[in-house]
Design a binder for this molecule. Structure first.
Ligand SMILES: Nc1nc2c(c(=O)[nH]1)N[C@H]1C(S)=C(S)[C@@H](COP(=O)(O)OP(=O)(O)OC[C@H]3O[C@@H](n4cnc5c(=O)[nH]c(N)nc54)[C@H](O)[C@@H]3O)O[C@H]1N2
Ligand SMILES: Nc1nc2c(c(=O)[nH]1)N[C@H]1C(S)=C(S)[C@@H](COP(=O)(O)OP(=O)(O)OC[C@H]3O[C@@H](n4cnc5c(=O)[nH]c(N)nc54)[C@H](O)[C@@H]3O)O[C@H]1N2
Ligand SMILES: [Mo]
Length: 741
């Protein structure tokens, strides 16, 4: 290394050029083939060499001294040599394993870490924990917890198979769709990001094209800029999409716009469900007038919307955000019902699609292939929690809970190991998590930076960033493959997660099982070789390892042409021969199975549950993804550009409170409070405010979070007993000008 050079790498927000001089990253530049490169890469040089990097292993003082003088989050750290730190961590792992068994180790470790197929933090941790006898894992994601539970009941398919497989491509939409009815937006800002990276960011271009093709595009959302400006904005009160959808069903049915034939042949339970929205089962009828009260949308607009959906080819698009809220299962279920009522499921450009724009590669037409994979091995422990129930688990060992029809018991966790995630950014009700976090005996974290999570660990191992090691970059749906070269030596005494786990596995007598006697470089070459052979056998021409290493990246010829895959076509053509994986083999508008779970908030069919919000706090808080960051990553550099998070609020609400542009605002509710800088904008409806995620929880002595992390305000409840997903959106709050200093 040493002298000046530039090379390409990839990341979850796409590829970029990295400029290096004297072992330091000095600059980045957009990738030549990216039509809309994200700004996120600009943060890299400052963040990677920042003083808030963890420079060596550390141990928390009170934990080391075995006293409770200072709690996690409020303690000092003592530097350790690598040797001592590995000794300490391995003897803790051995102690907990011997005294309580592997079922007392929580290794869920949710988080995005960095792109790169081998140095995938979670896989590294899971493989290591599997080699020592297993761990309690976590199920599903913060992104789509509720969807992952409900969609298999309704469509008989794993949710990811729907998002990545049974979905209309952008090109099918271009060719066939007349009406794009978008709930929660399709945001080019969110589509910057994809697991493993999206190299050609082209969502905005699709919309320019659709506009020229005069498509009818309606974005139903509390915020105008949730969709490209080519769409028409239909503002809605958050948490009420279900009411609008029911009224649309009401219009379809009462104006004879529903495809009764398709409903008969391809769905089950419509007659039962119909009674509910027509008001024939004792509930009020779900008329447009009724829905208008809930949604804030005129009854006549709802009628027009329903009629327009029934004319021409209609695709109902639903963003993941709708299910990241209390009762989030319902709008996903109901979107399937509306699509069934239109009878266009299985036709090109029609039906329903989830997550366009949420993740960059959704809707792309690259041929599906198996990517390079680092095997995690088998986990001998079968116990798991739904991912966002972490605080419940730590607070209620042995406590019962419901999940998707099961009656389950929370395990008694003594040791938590986190590698590649930041729960003190991502979890809801952080003050509650902070309390729950005091319960385990030991917490070990691998992290490049002193995040809020690292600052709450007992042992902190300094991890390298993706720039300090080489790897292979690949993402589902993306036509590129990258050799990600090491750019700089490890910063401080940081080590790769792989090397940390190798050292621990030595002490736990499972080195061979974990490493298979291979170095990182050997692993990388090995997993690439497997990928290369598999691709070749599918007729895909990819470079061999040495050539890729030399070329740095390659665009594979995997764009599919003309005959695009039409989702659910086989089922549409012959539902008896090609049934869905549901009990009836059809789209389940009524689910006997769910009805038998006896969950009041989710009976046998979708219903509208009015959001139950504390009226003492009149504003509704949304906490979407940040436009300038990947979650909380690189925050040390981001906060030097903008000290506080930005709070978006309608000017009407700002005037009412006598606050204006640039004011420092305190946002609070019964769970906590935080600071943010005000930005009044007409792009959000009155009564609703928006504060993006991504700040590092930094509570002052009075508990006020200086960083502006919305999760000090959000509620730590599951979406329902069915999905137990994260319910971050739509939270009651109040704001005022901050009077302190
Ligand atoms: N209020 C609210 N909260 C939310 C959401 C919301 O909509 N609203 N969305 C949720 C969703 S969908 C998600 S996915 C989560 C995201 O939450 P997370 O995935 O936890 O967020 P990240 O900031 O990406 O955390 C990744 C961490 O890994 C570290 N890291 C990077 N590379 C490496 C590495 O090589 N090794 C190690 N050991 N560490 C590394 C980073 O420094 C960072 O601290 O947030 C959730 N939280
Ligand atoms: N730049 C950037 N992009 C990202 C990420 C990132 O950190 N940075 N994270 C990625 C990840 S992990 C994920 S899971 C996806 C998430 O993708 P999504 O789940 O689609 O994204 P969100 O940003 O949570 O929400 C999108 C919008 O939904 C609207 N919304 C909220 N509640 C409601 C509602 O009740 N009804 C309606 N109609 N609209 C509502 C809000 O106005 C919000 O701006 O984004 C990914 N994209
Ligand atoms: Mo996510």
């Amino acid at each position: 290394m040493g002298k000046k050079f530039s090379k390409v790498t990839t990341s979850h927000w796409g590829a970029f050029n990295v400029f290096v001089e004297n072992d330091k990253i000095i600059d980045t530049e957009p990738f030549h083939a990216d039509p809309a490169p994200p700004n996120i890469s600009q943060l890299v040089p400052n963040a990677v060499h920042h003083s808030k990097r963890v420079d060596q292993p550390y141990v928390r003082k009170s934990w080391l001294k075995k006293n409770t003088t200072n709690a996690r989050g409020n303690d000092e750290y003592v530097p350790l040599s690598w040797e001592d730190a590995i000794d300490l961590a391995s003897s803790e792992l051995i102690r907990v394993k011997n005294d309580f068994g592997n079922e007392a180790i929580f290794g869920g470790s949710y988080g995005w870490a960095s792109a790169g197929r081998f140095h995938h933090s979670q896989s590294q941790l899971h493989r290591f924990l599997n080699s020592i006898g297993g761990y309690v894992s976590s199920y599903a994601s913060y992104s789509t917890g509720a969807a992952q539970a409900i969609i298999p009941h309704v469509l008989g398919l794993n949710f990811h198979k729907v998002t990545w497989g049974e979905i209309n491509s952008w090109r099918l939409i271009e060719k066939h769709t007349d009406n794009l009815i978008i709930f929660g937006g399709i945001n080019p800002k969110n589509s910057q990001v994809s697991m493993g990276g999206s190299t050609e960011h082209d969502v905005s271009n699709h919309f320019k094209n659709f506009k020229q093709l005069r498509k009818n595009m309606i974005s139903i959302s509390p915020q105008q800029d949730d969709s490209p400006k080519e769409t028409n904005w239909l503002p809605i009160i958050p948490g009420t999409d279900m009411a609008l959808m029911l009224a649309i069903a009401y219009v379809f049915e009462t104006e004879e716009l529903a495809n009764q034939m398709f409903l008969n042949t391809h769905s089950s339970g419509y007659q039962l469900f119909k009674k509910y929205f027509l008001g024939e089962d004792g509930h009020s009828a779900k008329t447009p007038e009724w829905a208008s009260q809930e949604t804030g949308i005129d009854a006549s607009t709802i009628r027009d919307l329903a009629r327009s959906m029934a004319s021409g080819r209609t695709l109902i698009c639903v963003s993941w955000s709708l299910q990241r809220a209390r009762y989030g299962e319902h709008p996903f279920w109901m979107a399937c019902v509306l699509a069934a009522m239109l009878g266009q499921i299985g036709l090109p450009g029609g039906g329903v699609g989830f997550g366009y724009g949420a993740i960059g590669n959704v809707g792309k037409t690259a041929q599906r292939m198996q990517g390079p994979l680092f095997e995690q091995g088998q986990n001998p422990i079968s116990d798991f929690i739904p991912v966002s129930r972490i605080a419940d688990m730590l607070l209620n060992p042995g406590g019962p809970y419901n999940f998707n029809g099961e009656k389950r018991i929370y395990p008694d966790i003594k040791l938590v190991y986190w590698c590649g995630g930041n729960p003190f950014h991502h979890h809801q009700d952080l003050n509650r998590l902070n309390n729950a976090w005091q319960h385990p005996e030991t917490i070990i974290v691998n992290e490049p930076w002193w995040t809020a999570t690292a600052q709450r660990a007992d042992i902190v191992f300094p991890a390298t960033t993706q720039f300090e090691r080489s790897d292979i970059g690949w993402a589902k749906g993306d036509p590129y493959i990258f050799y990600m070269p090491q750019m700089i030596p490890p910063v401080g005494l940081a080590k790769n997660d792989y090397d940390i786990f190798t050292a621990l596995s030595k002490k736990l007598n499972c080195e061979e099982k974990f490493t298979e006697n291979q170095s990182s470089e050997e692993w990388i070459e090995g997993i690439y070789d497997k990928f290369y052979k598999q691709a070749r056998s599918q007729g895909i021409n990819v470079a061999d390892f040495e050539t890729l290493k030399e070329k740095n990246f390659e665009r594979m010829s995997i764009d599919q042409d003309e005959e695009d895959y039409v989702p659910f076509k086989a089922f549409r053509d012959d539902p008896l021969k090609n049934p869905l994986g549901t009990p009836s083999g059809k789209i389940e508008i009524y689910s006997e199975k769910i009805a038998k779970f006896n969950y009041p908030e989710i009976p046998g069919h979708p219903i509208f549950n009015k959001p139950c919000l504390d009226r003492k706090f009149p504003l509704r808080l949304l906490s979407p993804q940040p436009h300038d960051k990947l979650h909380s990553q690189l925050q040390v550099a981001a906060e030097e550009i903008s000290k506080h998070a930005i709070l978006v609020m309608n000017p009407q609400d700002a005037r009412k409170r006598g606050i204006s542009e640039g004011d420092l605002i305190k946002i609070w509710n019964s769970r906590g409070s935080c600071l943010a800088t005000l930005r009044p904008q007409e792009t959000i409806i009155p009564g609703v405010i928006s504060l993006a995620t991504g700040a590092w929880f930094s509570p002052a002595e009075d508990g006020l979070d200086i960083s502006g992390n919305p999760n000090v305000l959000t509620a730590d409840t599951g979406t329902s007993d069915l999905g137990q997903g994260s319910a971050a959106h739509n939270i009651e709050v109040e704001v005022e000008k901050y009077q302190g200093n």
